[in-house]
Design a protein around this ligand. Structure first.
Ligand code: PLP
Ligand code: COI
Length: 371
């Protein structure tokens, strides 16, 4: 028997329908998953689904059982990839409460991505409310051990069955959640990065700033090259000149110098990372000078050779902050020096202390999701 609860939504105009799953995992099954969640393999019992149509706008917000989505074979997303997504996490604090980190930024980025893909913009308050609604039913899935979290994956795509090439008139927004441990199976061991000289990810005027599946599809062969060469991630260079650093397949890249500068690429074809923005703020607070500007591969190589560049790290929601140990390519390897006091690891500790409620949230980055 299905129960339907109507819960008032923060935004007056949508009324949530909550249809509890009848096939929820037992507490024992859930505990077994949470003991070793991995990344992106297991999903909670429920998901959010909100419809949009050209005529009706956003409507019928629903929390329902996690499960397959029925699509017409002519659904536009399957043909023209009109899709965007986001990635953020819910963290359990020691007192049991559940929080998220800078979700307003994810909401705004999803709107920017949607604009680029000619998709409707989900109002920021619906975005945050969708997370609160899902947490209200799946709170037990937020891990409480170690540095695990519940990875939240909002996404939206063109559902209209129509093969003409134009923005779809029917779109759905979904939110699923997946308990997550470390993104890299080796934990926070220094990464080997493969420099792709055969492929680029995005170019000027392309979709590089949008979080859309196509950018990840285009990274897969380069990522496969990385694996073949014993590396965990791929680094892309700019599409025009092939000499400026862009970003990794799923993370931003940062260099640290001996004279306390943190340097990261500025480009109109990379994702505006929320972890990156936060790391730059924490580094500024520590007295580092932040340089967000075009950065050449030569600058990295020469900087390491002269001793000026002392650290490099990857940052993103899934990876948090992970030191880079080497950058390999067909033309040679840049090997990062061993450091006694890693700035990357200490920034990681400071950031995760804020996220897990162990450190002061002095920038007001955390939002409570439960209660
Ligand atoms: N760059 C790419 C291509 C990504 O997929 C991600 C991860 O979301 C990032 C950068 C980092 O962004 P954020 O820190 O907002 O997760
Ligand atoms: C994230 O960090 O949220 C991402 O989307 C990156 C992906 C590699 C999982």
């Amino acid at each position: 028997m299905t129960t339907i609860n109507l819960l008032p939504m923060a935004t007056q105009d949508l009324l949530w329908q909550v249809v509890p799953s009848t096939t929820q995992k037992t507490p024992e099954e859930r505990a077994a998953i949470l003991a070793d969640p991995g990344f992106g393999k297991h999903f909670t019992d429920h998901m959010v689904d909100i419809c949009w149509s050209e005529k009706g706008g956003w409507h019928r917000p629903r929390v329902q059982a996690y499960g397959p989505i029925t699509l017409d074979p002519a659904a536009a997303v399957l043909h023209y990839a009109q899709e965007v997504f986001e990635g953020l996490k819910a963290y359990r604090h020691e007192d049991g409460s559940i929080w998220t980190f800078r979700a307003d930024r994810n909401a705004a980025r999803m709107q920017r991505s949607a604009r680029r893909l000619a998709l409707p913009e989900l109002p920021a308050e619906y975005f945050l409310d969708s997370i609160k609604q899902l947490i209200a039913v799946d709170a037990d899935w937020v891990p409480s051990e170690g540095e695990a979290s519940l990875y939240l994956r909002p996404f939206m795509f063109a559902k209209e069955a129509f093969l003409g090439v134009r923005p779809a008139a029917k779109v759905n927004y979904y939110l699923i959640a997946s308990p997550a441990g470390a993104y890299f199976p080796g934990g926070i061991k220094p990464l080997s990065i493969w420099l792709s000289t055969s492929y680029t990810r995005a170019g000027h005027g392309g979709m590089g700033q949008a979080k859309t599946g196509g950018n990840y599809a285009s990274s897969l062969v380069a990522q496969a090259e990385a694996y073949e060469n014993g590396c965990q991630q791929v680094l892309f260079l700019d599409a025009q000149e092939g000499k400026y650093l862009e970003e990794l397949g799923g993370m931003n890249v940062v260099l640290v110098t001996k004279d306390k500068r943190v340097i990261t690429p500025d480009s109109d074809s990379i994702l505006e990372g929320i972890t990156l923005a936060s790391v730059l703020q924490l580094a500024t607070d520590r007295g580092y000078t932040v340089e967000q500007r075009p950065v050449t591969l030569d600058e990295w190589r020469d900087g390491v050779a002269s001793g000026d560049v002392v650290e490099a790290f990857a940052c993103g929601t899934a990876a948090v902050i992970t030191p880079i140990g080497e950058l390999k390519s067909a033309d040679g390897t840049i090997t990062m020096p061993e450091v006694a006091d890693s700035v990357a690891l200490s920034l990681r500790a400071e950031l995760t202390d804020i996220q897990y409620g162990r450190g002061e949230d002095r920038h007001g980055w955390m939002t409570r999701l439960d209660g």
